[in-house]
Design a protein. Structure first.
Length: 129
């Protein structure tokens, strides 16, 4: 059974759709910061690593860094626990692991090079409305 509660200005669903709701809220935040083409992939049927991948990019490495700083602040304000994060010094690829959700923030060049959407093409895309 799911139920809805308010935390830090966003609504979070507890229950079977909690991770999907959190992924959608993360993408809405990223869109507010002008993230390029954010995508949510439901990887539950094709991987046991996590439930959802979020993939987005920034227009420049500086934008990638700003997206990272913004999402860290957003996560803290909304009590979204970050289990692990990795970033390279050039800010081409940043990974934030929320356990059930893994967020990938790329430079546009790195996103094209690694092409995670192709790698995980069997995953279903989640609509953000």
């Amino acid at each position: 059974m799911s139920f809805l509660f308010e935390r830090g200005g966003i609504s979070i669903v507890k229950g079977p759709f909690a991770s999907q709701k959190a992924a959608v809220e993360i993408v809405k935040f990223l869109l507010s910061k002008k993230a390029v083409n954010p995508v949510i992939l439901d990887v539950r049927e094709v991987s046991n690593l996590c439930e959802y991948f979020i993939i987005c990019s920034g227009e420049t490495n500086k934008h990638v860094g700003a997206l990272y700083e913004g999402i860290v602040e957003f996560s803290q304000k909304n009590n979204l626990n970050v289990y692990h994060e990795e970033k390279d010094s050039s800010l081409n690829w940043i990974v934030i692991d929320y356990f059930d959700i893994v967020l990938h923030i790329f430079s546009e060049e790195a996103r094209k090079f690694y092409d995670l959407e192709r790698l995980w093409r069997e995953a279903k895309k989640v609509k953000v409305s």
